[in-house]
Design a protein around this ligand. Structure first.
Ligand SMILES: *[C@@H]1O[C@H](CO)[C@@H](O)[C@H](O)[C@H]1NC(C)=O
Ligand SMILES: *[C@@H]1O[C@H](CO)[C@@H](O)[C@H](O)[C@H]1NC(C)=O
Ligand SMILES: *[C@@H]1O[C@H](CO)[C@@H](O)[C@H](O)[C@H]1NC(C)=O
Length: 526
């Protein structure tokens, strides 16, 4: 060695290190299928059968590694936590579950098991869809759907949020959510290979993402095993659907989010309902069996669907009378897209001061968004009113049915999470345009200005809205957003959208949640 020139020594060193890593990688790949088999050996449901076969060694390793990040060496428990129920203090008629610390479980067998809408509070989307689904079960779901037996078969509707069951499993969900945000931040700071590897682990939406989601759900059984196994389950988070199937529930309906086919949003053993036709055939093409798939329509709350004719007529009358254009601008649960929205508010200040545009700004429960809105309003010299609770919101809405607001800008901000979510739903009845990113709101029956997306998968939701005729294409720049607002003011675009909404409604395109509830009830009677 001593005789070799330094560059040669360096070369041999590097080659040895590479050879070493390569050898370790080969050994890992040799063992990975075995680790994978050990990981899935007690699973109730085979994800591999569903996705068309077992993973190759690299996929097996990725799945094992991610599962280890998620659950470490914990052994999954099965026994369900006893639950208690209480009437919701937010939604009349709705029953909310939580953990009953004191008791062994027993459900009376004289009443029919309830319809359980299962969700996880992550962002606003999963909860918003869950409330939309419950709205079709309340007030006599059975009668609404003309089911045999009418009122007799009406069941209670329960809202079952995994995070409301105070437990180590709920804590695992929170920790995992936290870890992914931290991981993404770290990966993007490190950049390069680290960022690529993290992205390929977490963002691909491929078969492995479903393997890992399902494996995590195997650890969540105590959160759902306390329910009556005869209950129909409507899940608005795929992990809830996975846990329900793994626990042995046989009537599980999974409401698939967005409009982009990815493996981890469908669940083996559940009836997976999608919102639009391209998702339907994309999942068929991926290999999801026809019997596990259904095309339901969009996830919309009952009062918005039933209010479509009135809301359309009211918007139409406002347009004809030259009333100001009411734009509602909500911020998502993750509070992203701050700078776009703040700049947009500034860019609209001219039209607001002229009195041709009114803004309803929903900062939700994000203090930082409220501050950002306030500073944008103040620096642009825009006067505004504030609404801070449910009572204020209700009376504002009632007043807006017939009157104009005192100020041209109203800022909604809350400490309470539920009111933050509900505000956008409630204001859609009295607004002319909803300006939002292409999230679950992309399919709401109101003319929509689709603003810059946060996740790439959301692009397909904007396309869907645009082709349905009730929304614009996704606008990437504030200037294009303002251009659309001017088109709303000066062309017949809003009348065309209005007409699309009426037509879409006639053929049931907004009836997704209604159909899900009907199917859940019908299947439960079989
Ligand atoms: C908790 O369970 C016990 C025993 O089943 C029951 O008596 C009690 O009413 C439950 N608590 C609530 C609030 O439902
Ligand atoms: C609000 O709008 C009205 C017209 O509806 C307009 O006359 C007024 O100047 C606007 N007020 C402010 C403070 O921008
Ligand atoms: C808008 O919708 C309402 C209610 O469906 C309808 O009465 C009205 O004629 C529609 N306007 C246009 C221009 O389509």
């Amino acid at each position: 060695m001593a005789d070799l020139p330094p560059f040669a020594v360096a070369f041999i060193g590097v080659a040895a290190v590479i050879a070493c890593f390569y050898l370790i990688w080969r050994v890992i790949l040799l063992f990975a299928p075995g680790w994978y088999s050990a990981m899935i050996k007690n699973n109730a449901v085979s994800v591999d059968d569903f996705v068309g076969g077992p993973p190759d060694p690299v996929s097996a390793f990725k799945s094992v590694l991610l599962n280890w990040f998620n659950v470490g060496s914990r052994v999954a428990k099965k026994e369900g936590y006893p639950l208690k129920t209480a009437p919701s203090d937010k939604v009349p008629g709705l029953i909310v579950t939580s953990r009953n610390e004191s008791a062994p479980q027993s459900w009376s067998d004289t009443t029919k098991p309830p319809v359980v809408v299962g969700t996880i509070r992550m962002g606003f989307g999963h909860h918003r869809i869950a409330y939309a689904a419950t709205s079709w079960g309340l007030g006599g779901g059975g009668k609404l759907f003309g089911l045999v037996g009418g009122g007799k078969i009406d069941r209670e509707t329960w809202f079952h949020d995994f995070l409301s069951i105070d437990s180590e499993e709920a804590q695992m969900i929170k920790d995992m959510d936290h870890m992914y945000s931290k991981g993404s931040r770290m990966a993007s700071e490190l950049g390069g290979v680290a960022e690529k590897f993290w992205g390929s682990l977490t963002k691909s939406g491929d078969e492995n993402s479903l393997r890992v989601t399902y494996q995590f759900a195997e650890h969540m059984l105590p959160l759902i095993n306390g329910l009556d196994k005869n209950s129909p389950i409507i899940a608005t988070h795929c992990m809830v659907a996975c846990a329900a199937v793994a626990a042995g529930f046989t009537n599980v309906i999974n409401l698939v989010i967005d409009n982009h086919a990815q493996w981890f949003v469908v669940v083996p053993g559940a009836l997976n309902l999608v919102q639009g036709p391209s998702n339907y055939h994309a999942f068929l093409k991926m290999g999801v069996p026809e019997k596990d798939l259904g095309l339901a329509g969009h996830w919309i709350p009952r009062d918005l669907v039933e209010g479509i004719p009135d809301a359309c007529a009211r918007r139409n009358t406002r347009r004809k009378a030259g009333k100001p254009l009411r734009i509602i601008i909500p911020v998502g649960g993750a509070g992203a897209q701050k700078s776009f929205i703040v700049n947009m508010v500034g860019a609209l200040s001219g039209l607001v001061k002229e009195g041709v545009v009114q803004l309803f700004l929903n900062a939700g429960d994000h203090e930082h968004m409220k501050e950002a809105f306030v500073s944008a309003l103040e620096s642009n010299g825009m006067d505004y009113d504030t609404v801070v609770d449910m009572n204020g919101l209700q009376s504002f809405k009632d007043k807006m049915m017939t009157e104009e607001p005192a100020k041209n800008v109203t800022l909604f901000s809350y400490e309470d999470y539920f009111t933050a979510v509900a505000t956008t739903d409630i204001l859609c009845n009295i607004a002319d345009v909803l300006a939002c990113k292409p999230s679950e709101l992309a399919f709401y029956p109101i003319p929509k200005l689709m603003i810059r997306r946060v996740g790439d998968h959301e692009a397909y939701s904007a396309l869907r809205a645009s082709e349905l005729g009730d929304g614009t294409l996704e606008v990437r720049e504030v200037a294009s957003a303002i251009k659309y607002v001017n088109l709303f003011l000066t062309t017949n675009l809003l009348e065309v959208m209005n007409k699309s909404i009426s037509n879409n409604n006639k053929i049931g395109l907004y009836d997704g949640c209604k159909n899900a509830m009907r199917l859940a009830l019908e299947r439960a009677e079989k």
